[in-house]
Design a protein around this ligand. Structure first.
Ligand code: MOS
Length: 741
């Protein structure tokens, strides 16, 4: 399969969905405009804690085009769904919309206006009069800990005796790091378009998981999943915010059923900062100890993250800490504290992104403390096996990744003294950090048909959130059948297709491709049965004598018949294959590895900081598509720069309301902030993991990057910034800091 010369696997095949997206043919959730469509618009709470004391819809009711207005005393009774990842019906808020008059966060739906046009719905929503009885809101992590203490989280780990090893060690570091709320800001806003037909629900939803959404909605409406179809053929990305079902999708489907007409709802950008998740705020204490040789002997990573009053979301900041470095005495613990914010959710590299900011900053601090070059310190301490699971890694090339990136970057030119590398008015800083992400693979079903017209058709109820899934599925079909890419149609994003994975956790590729390949092989087996049947092109031959070649079958004598001719001869419309493949085994620890090297430039005269250059070497197993894979890492690096320098959702500490909840004031990197980015993909197939040896590439690039920036900033300025983002005020000498970490 994969050792053929010029394999389609690994080639930089352009995105097959590119023309549809560029020409506007691609339909996103809110592009669906069924006949008789009504439009919903939310009324959102303007307090973060308390209750609705009065809700008057009289004036709004009289506005043009209004059809109905739903709220806590006018909404159908729905059913709960266990908030369980394992059961595949995750809802990111255990309360149902409009369940009662309680308000747990600013921007919570308190009413839903449905009208004949979007504009009429919005205008009427502004006439809904809501009065509140407000309670004192808990606005941030420190307030949460003070008011509510902490609750035990999950994903903890303990080995050896970290406390005594720390106390007796040669060198120790004890530092606390903080990361702010970050809000997912995909270009496509959350949206749902829903309608019912004789008790069957159809919903176009901006979803990273059509199967999970279908299963959740089935529980909530207490109907069989077979009566629900969730469509998400195109998604304008999600970064995790579209993994699970949010209140707006439930409210839209319920309103549509009540009104017996299609309803569409788009979540306004401002409410994407309140009702559709965020990466929670974290406070992380790192304690490290080394022996006389600079080897880690003790490592403790304790984190607290904010969660909501309506669900417990654990940001597993220590998930990577457990296994990245060799260390006999290690403790990882996670706790949560409740605040008046909407429920947090996974955001690209959940746990690892904030966790590695803290860990890889602390490792850098330790390297400094013991006077060892930070690259050498890591090479000395990287784990050779997963000590948290007591298993070997299936494939781990972090040493090579670190060395290759260091060489490409020119790390050898780094002068270790802080502030010693000057160029004109600028001080240059070099910093680096490791990156890491677990490789996951789930169960998956898929279907492949080879058709009488010479084309192939593949389907799976996974999605392409912009990462290239359509394209790599076509590559796998082409790889197995020899049918060229331009004759392969791939259908994803429809829950009526064979069950596929969420587009998340960086597992879609590793999960989907084995099922697609197996289904394609099963289709070829059927093709061979047709070919060797009594009227077949190879009548009387044995299937074992036939090989797949150039879009057809060939026997030992060199007789070659195309798939189309075989099917036409037997009057078969298609040869079909289905497959079910299983999730990962537990023979190994499956992880991806890498290293980021960052150059920053600090101009103290005008207090200007920029990231000038990034070199990242990434070991994710086999690369399926050179173009889309590189693009994933480049995008993740940009997101990591955002995390390092810009992104933070700010809440008013008096009332827990987000204050920079729009594209203007929630700062993300723009073109002017882009450095040179050089991505090295190591491309070592991990064949213990799956037949393609691919581990997935969506998230690893964002891990460690903010730490590499912070470490470079320290090298340039001498300032250890332990609280993200690294805004300019934190680098100025005479600016009073709101809080010292
Ligand atoms: Mo990602 S946070 O698994 O969409």
């Amino acid at each position: 399969m994969s050792d053929k010369p010029q394999s389609i696997i690994g080639a930089g095949v352009p995105r097959i969905d590119g023309p549809d997206k560029l020409s506007g043919r691609a339909n996103y959730a809110a592009d669906n405009l069924p006949p008789n469509l009504a439009y919903g618009y939310g009324v959102f709470s303007t307090i973060a804690s308390g209750k609705v004391s009065q809700l008057s819809v009289d004036e709004a009711r009289k506005m043009p085009g209004v059809i109905d207005i739903f709220h806590h005393s006018h909404f159908p009774s729905l059913y709960r769904t266990p908030s369980s990842f394992a059961q595949g019906n995750k809802v990111e808020e255990t309360r149902l919309p409009f369940e009662d008059e309680r308000v747990y966060y600013d921007g919570q739906f308190v009413a839903l206006v449905v009208a004949d046009t979007f504009e009429n719905a919005r205008a009427a929503a502004r006439r809904v009069k809501v009065t509140y009885a407000a309670d004192k809101a808990v606005a941030n992590l420190d307030q949460g800990v003070e008011a509510n203490g902490t609750q035990a989280g999950s994903g903890n780990h303990d080995r050896g005796d970290a406390a005594s090893a720390f106390d007796g060690a040669a060198t120790t570091i004890d530092a606390t790091y903080r990361t702010p709320v970050e809000t997912h800001n995909p270009m496509e806003m959350h949206a749902s378009t829903a309608w019912w037909d004789n008790g069957d629900l159809t919903i176009f939803d901006a979803s990273q998981g059509v199967v999970v959404a279908r299963n959740a909605l089935a529980k909530i409406f207490a109907i069989p999943p077979e009566r629900i179809t969730v469509h998400a053929p195109y998604i304008g990305s999600g970064f995790g915010s579209k993994l699970w079902t949010w209140p707006h999708a439930i409210a839209t489907a319920a309103a549509s059923r009540e009104l017996d007409r299609p309803v569409q709802l788009v979540v306004p950008r401002q409410q994407m900062f309140t009702t559709t998740g965020h990466r929670p705020e974290t406070r992380q204490r790192l304690r490290l100890a080394t022996d006389d040789n600079g080897r880690l002997v003790s490592l403790r990573h304790e984190s607290i993250n904010t969660t909501s009053y309506t669900d417990q979301y654990v940001e597993t900041c220590g998930s990577v800490t457990k296994s990245l470095y060799r260390c006999p005495n290690l403790t990882v613990s996670h706790e949560t504290t409740q605040v008046n914010r909407g429920t947090p959710t996974s955001m690209r590299a959940p746990g690892a992104a904030p966790g590695l900011f803290a860990l890889e900053s602390a490792i850098d601090e330790m390297a400094d403390a013991v006077g060892i070059d930070p690259v050498q310190f890591r090479l000395d301490n990287y784990a050779e096996r997963d000590e948290s699971k007591d298993l070997p890694f299936s494939s781990n090339h972090i040493v090579e990744a670190t060395k290759r990136a260091a060489e490409r970057f020119g790390w050898a030119d780094r002068k270790p003294e802080v502030g010693s590398m000057k160029e004109g008015r600028e001080i240059v800083g070099y910093g680096m950090a490791a990156c890491n992400w677990e490789a996951l693979k789930m169960a998956c079903d898929a279907r492949v048909s080879i058709r009488a017209d010479g084309t192939a058709f593949a389907s799976c109820a996974t999605q392409d959130i912009g990462t290239g899934t359509y394209t790599i599925v076509a590559q796998a079909v082409s790889d197995v059948t020899g049918i060229p890419i331009d004759r392969i149609t791939v259908k994803l994003g429809d829950s009526s297709y064979p069950d596929g994975p969420v587009s998340g956790g960086s597992w879609a590729t590793a999960t989907t491709l084995p099922a697609i390949a197996e289904a394609a092989r099963n289709a070829l087996d059927e093709m061979k049965r047709y070919a060797t049947g009594s009227n077949g092109a190879f009548a009387g031959a044995s299937s074992d004598d036939l090989e797949v070649a150039d879009g057809g079958l060939r026997n030992a004598d060199g007789k070659q018949v195309s798939f189309a001719d075989i099917l036409q001869a037997g009057r078969y419309g298609s040869a079909d294959g289905e497959a079910h493949t299983e999730g990962a085994d537990s023979k190994y620890s499956y992880r991806s590895f890498g290293a980021h090297f960052v150059e920053v430039r600090w101009d103290p005269g005008i207090s200007r900081l920029r990231v000038a250059r990034v070199v990242s070497a990434i070991d994710v197993g086999r690369v399926i598509n050179e173009t889309t894979a590189r693009n994933q890492v480049e995008g993740a690096v940009v997101m990591g720069i955002g995390m390092g320098l810009f992104e933070a959702t700010e809440y008013d500490e008096r009332n827990a309301r987000p204050v920079n909840n729009d594209y203007a004031e929630y700062v993300v990197p723009v073109h002017a902030d882009q450095p040179e980015i050089d991505v090295i993909l190591l491309d070592y197939p991990d064949l213990a993991f799956n037949e393609y040896g691919a581990r997935g590439i969506g998230e690893i690039g964002v891990t460690g990057l903010a730490a590499a920036v912070a470490n470079a900033v320290h090298h340039a300025t001498g300032k250890r910034i332990r609280e993200l983002p690294i805004t300019l005020d934190k680098l100025m000498d005479d600016v009073p800091q709101a809080r010292s970490a």
